[in-house]
Design a protein around this ligand. Structure first.
Ligand code: ADP
Ligand code: MG
Length: 543
């Protein structure tokens, strides 16, 4: 057939390709993780679509196949997933749709060369990682439900071609023409060890062709269905990195099964670091919903938006496999799961907030996700007080963060309000002239500098029956607290000064009050006479 079309990569893809290929030599093996993950995604997608379009159902024993061919130096990764149409090939493999990939490209080009290998680990670089090991890539794909197949081909340098192709059934083959120095990735043993390391938790079978034989390369069991005692910390961490697209270790791992009215198993993580694109990404919680181990959707809103930093999986037996989108919105099963999961996560955060042996860990967590959690004070009446009680704030009391409970415990006699000042950053807030009157009277003020801080104090209203009050709006609040004014001192000194003078009769000339002292109570001076040091020397020498 004719019909070869040539397309240019978008400028962004061109840049990204260049960086991925040149910056990442030491991390090349992750190309396989990315391609296997894409194959698994495509299988998930097809299974989900088949719920409403039964004619597109997956063939029995659907798997991901990896076939190395040393002689031809080809490595093929095949799936029977959803496949791609002509236009999807051009769109998905020629432009950058995901904001994450875009942000990655920007970060990577800004990074110093020596920092790039560690940066790379933090991002899923996706399909383009294939060009780390291949100098030419063919993608042969047929979309489920369509009769025509197409081939996408590129050497990763500026352009790609799309032409008609043949494929027996729906699915995708990624054919890598391996670079000369990437021959190690044609070795079955090497491939198996990479899959073990990166893809063991993929629940689709991964079949590896080794000569004449085909072997199972992954265990393929759902990690969360195993009992805790059978899971190592490394396995938890590896799974976390897979579901959260993170490269660090989790701050908290929550793994439990709920029994009773609604039964489910959850494996959730609080990341140890803030994802690089966290602030730009959507406000929806993306915890994965599985039904009887099968991935259904990450759009079930299993947690409220203010817990959207939590990643992981919830798996339930209490929904049918063919659950529809409408049903997901209406079913009481999910309402109950949402509530239980939210409570459990908050409990964990509370537990960690009050753990004296890991104050640093909680502080770090708070720096990463505190601003998001505080959104809950604003928007979630049910958990408002609870979130407020475990929040950390900067205040004029010290450079350390404080809780509201600690603030309340330090309140002055007669102080009725929790005072706060909002602004862009703590460094400038500290120097605000508005604080002087409060400082002078020893009244603590919270320094609030997150965006959400402009909203929640009014919604919270009060904490432990103390109303929150912006110091910019206090008129006269300070009047009832004695200021350390000279007049006040003078009044109490009226009696003290004559008494001191009488007691020191003959030894000092006079006793006077002064405003030059801040920390000390008394100083000896010599007004008009010789300097104090001089007087002492004169006495010692008998004069
Ligand atoms: P991501 O997987 O994060 O979206 P990738 O660069 O890995 O980014 O893949 C880009 C897109 O290409 C995917 O979102 C998907 O739409 C499509 N794609 C890649 N591989 C396959 C595949 N094996 N089957 C179907 N679609 C695929
Ligand atoms: Mg991908």
């Amino acid at each position: 057939k004719s019909g070869v079309e040539k397309h240019a990569f978008s400028a962004e893809v061109g840049r990204l390709l260049d960086l991925v290929v040149h910056a990442l030599y030491s991390e090349r093996e992750i190309f396989l993780r990315e391609l296997v993950a894409n194959a698994a995604d495509a299988l998930d997608k097809r299974r989900f679509e088949a719920l409403t379009t039964p004619s597109e159902a997956l063939p029995d024993g659907a798997s991901i196949r990896i076939v190395p061919d040393k002689e031809k130096r080809l490595l093929t990764i095949s799936d029977v997933g959803a496949g791609m149409s002509h236009d999807e090939l051009a769109q998905n493999l020629g432009t950058i749709a995901r904001s994450g990939t875009r942000a990655f490209g920007e970060k990577l080009s800004a990074a110093k060369p020596e920092d790039r290998p560690s940066l790379i680990g933090q991002f899923g670089v996706g399909f383009y990682a294939a060009f780390m090991v291949a100098d030419h890539v063919d993608v042969i794909s047929r979309k489920a439900g369509e009769a025509d197949a197409f081939q996408w081909s590129s050497d990763g340098k500026g352009s790609f071609e799309i032409s008609p192709a043949t494929r027996e059934a729906a699915g995708t083959d990624i054919v890598l023409h391996m670079k000369e120095d990437a021959a190690e990735f044609l070795d079955a043993w090497r491939l198996k060890s990479i899959i073990r390391k990166w893809a063991d938790h993929i629940t689709w079978p991964i079949k590896l062709q080794d000569g004449e034989e085909t072997s199972d390369a992954n265990e393929g069991t759902a990690l969360w269905r195993k009992s805790k005692s059978d899971i190592t910390e490394e396995q938890y961490t590896e799974f976390y990195r897979h579901v959260a697209h993170q490269f660090d270790a989790p701050y908290a791992t929550l793994h439990w099964s709920a029994e009773g009215a609604t039964e489910f198993t959850a494996l959730l993580f609080i990341p140890g670091a803030r994802p690089f694109d966290f602030m730009e990404s959507s406000r929806e919680s993306k915890v994965n919903l599985h039904v009887k181990r099968m991935f259904i959707t990450d759009e079930a809103g299993l947690l409220p938006a203010w817990l959207r930093f939590v990643k992981g999986v919830v798996d339930t037996e209490d929904l049918p496999l063919n659950v529809s989108r409408e049903m997901l919105q209406a079913t009481p099963v999910l309402t109950r799961i949402r509530k239980a999961v939210t409570k459990r996560v908050l409990n964990e955060i509370r537990h960690r907030a009050t753990k004296p042996e890991d104050k640093e860990g909680f502080k770090n967590f708070w720096e990463n996700f505190g601003p998001v959690l505080k959104e809950g004070i604003w928007e979630d009446a049910e958990y408002r007080q609870e979130i407020a009680s475990l929040s950390l704030f900067r205040s004029t009391y010290s450079d350390d963060a404080t809780t509201l409970d600690d603030y309340v415990a330090r309140m002055k006699d007669g102080q009725e309000h929790i005072y706060f000042l909002t602004g862009d950053n703590v460094d400038s807030l500290v120097h605000s002239a508005q604080l002087e009157g409060f400082r002078a009277r020893g009244i603590e003020v919270l320094l609030l500098s997150d965006q959400v801080d402009g909203f929640w104090p009014e919604r919270l209203g009060s904490y432990k029956e103390k109303t929150l009050r912006a110091i910019s709006q206090t008129h006269g609040d300070l009047d009832k607290f004695a200021a350390p004014t000279p007049e006040g001192e003078a009044a109490s000194l009226e009696k003290l000064l004559p008494a001191l003078k009488a007691a020191l009769e003959g030894r000092v000339k006079d006793v006077k009050s002064t405003n030059r002292l801040v920390d000390s109570a008394v100083v000896i001076t010599s007004e008009g006479g010789p300097d104090v040091m001089m007087q002492r020397l004169m006495r010692q020498s008998g004069q």
